[in-house]
Design a protein around this ligand. Structure first.
Ligand SMILES: *Cc1c(COP(=O)(O)O)cnc(C)c1O
Length: 415
């Protein structure tokens, strides 16, 4: 038995144009015009309402880590939903507890550490923001270019003026410092600083990895003033950069020299909404006390089952190695094109940006879409790739073959 979409289409198969017309009259206009209307997916491919197929190199913005319609994920979700779909946080479920333990284990968390579950990245960061207030200090330092979400607290940490300014006043005391500059960070820290909040790789800013040593230096500097180090791994976590968490590649380990808090979402549920805020060590794990934070859906057993299934398949299928191998192949392959439109490639694992020599990223992305490839023009002059972690070398090669023509066409249009 399946949901019959005919119920919503008056029995008629509808084209993308017809759906987009209905979208315009029913969905709030916060996202601009959608590029396509997608109706199904399988593995690394999705299909639109007109029957066209695309290789999905964005994965719902770093979310669908197992690709689309993964059988292990869908059966885990179905089985949990058919057993127990939701309880409130007046009750616990084995699924939720198992996921918390699994995350603490994968993160190498010391005893006393604990997880708070929510439904998105912005909520994971909102919880972290509230947690920092319980230190008795209010100062927060975040980075220029940083993106942490759209609720008021997460937005206060986010840097982009166009996102912030229409909604001021935002919660204080947040200052932003240039990303990757330890001296600027040191200058911003005071005895009133509660926490420093950083992404290991700035995703929305155009896939900008922290310079080597920066996170370790941020750890040293925060420790010196007694401030927390919060790492936003909403985009980089769950295998995206080739390790379970990006901080594990950054000369940081939990406990004494690791982060105090790590936030997760995006890939964590393999496509089912879930967020997590991990507080390392007993002191940090107890900052938010009984009644001080909550969520109706947080820890929902279906979302927790999706996450456990996702983590299981990443481990079972050796996907961390696949991320490293296919990521390297993409970096080398784009470099080997030696195309005049490409300046460089940066990123980690399967979170990459192709830096263009001219501001034609939207045009290149549009050409690639026409050719059957989904990428994201994350900046006017950069394309982001954040494909499923199951992307194969052969699939990556089809993109490498299509890229030069898309670049040629976009550059010819710009000339
Ligand atoms: C996407 C993202 C968020 C916000 O996550 P939502 O699930 O959209 O609320 C926060 N931080 C980072 C680093 C992100 O990439």
């Amino acid at each position: 038995m399946t949901l019959d979409l005919d119920l919503y289409t008056s029995g008629q198969l509808q084209s993308q144009d017809a759906w987009l017309e209905r979208y315009r009259h029913s969905v709030m206009q916060t996202f601009g015009t959608p590029q396509r209307v997608l109706v199904r997916g399988e593995g690394c491919y999705v299909w639109d309402a007109d029957g066209n197929r695309y290789l999905d190199l964005l994965a719902g913005i770093a979310v669908n880590v197992l690709g689309h319609a993964h059988p292990f994920l869908s059966s885990a979700v179905s089985a949990q939903l058919a057993t127990l779909g939701h309880v409130s946080n007046f009750f616990a479920t084995p699924t939720q507890v198992a996921l918390a333990e699994r995350l603490l284990d994968l993160a190498g968390a010391p005893s006393g550490s604990a997880v708070f579950f929510s439904n998105s990245g912005t909520e994971a960061n909102e919880a972290a923001f509230k947690l920092t207030r319980r230190t008795g200090r209010t100062g927060l330092v975040a980075a220029e270019g940083g993106f942490h979400g759209r609720t008021m607290g997460a937005l206060a940490l986010t840097h982009k003026p166009a996102y912030r300014e229409p909604f001021e006043p935002l919660p204080g005391d947040v200052v932003h410092v240039p990303f990757g500059d330890p001296a600027a960070l040191e200058a911003a820290l005071t005895p009133a600083t509660a926490a420093v909040v950083l992404e290991p790789v700035q995703g929305e800013a155009g896939v900008r990895p922290a310079p080597p040593g920066y996170l370790a230096e941020a750890r040293r500097l925060t420790q010196a003033v007694g401030a927390l180090l919060v790492l936003d791994e909403v985009q980089t976590g769950v295998g995206r950069t080739g390790s379970w968490f990006a901080f594990q590649q950054a000369e940081l380990s939990p406990g004494g020299t690791g982060p105090d808090v790590v936030t997760l979402a995006k890939g964590l549920g393999g496509g089912i909404p879930i967020g997590a805020t991990i507080a390392f060590g007993e002191r940090n794990a107890q900052l938010l006390g009984a009644g001080q934070h909550g969520s109706t859906f947080g820890g929902n057993p279906v979302a927790a089952a999706a996450s456990l299934a996702t983590l299981h398949v990443i481990e079972r299928d050796g996907l961390l190695e696949n991320v490293a191998g296919v990521g390297r192949r993409l970096v080398d392959g784009v470099g080997a094109l030696a195309h005049p439109g490409v300046a460089s490639v940066r990123g980690a694992g399967l979170l990459l940006a192709v830096q263009l020599t001219q501001p034609v990223a939207p045009q290149v992305a549009a050409r690639l879409l026409e050719a059957g490839f989904i990428v994201n023009p994350v900046a006017p002059d950069a394309l982001r790739l954040a494909p499923p972690l199951v992307l194969t070398a052969e699939q990556a090669d089809t993109f490498l073959e299509a890229l030069p023509t898309a670049l040629d066409l976009a550059l010819a249009g710009a000339a």
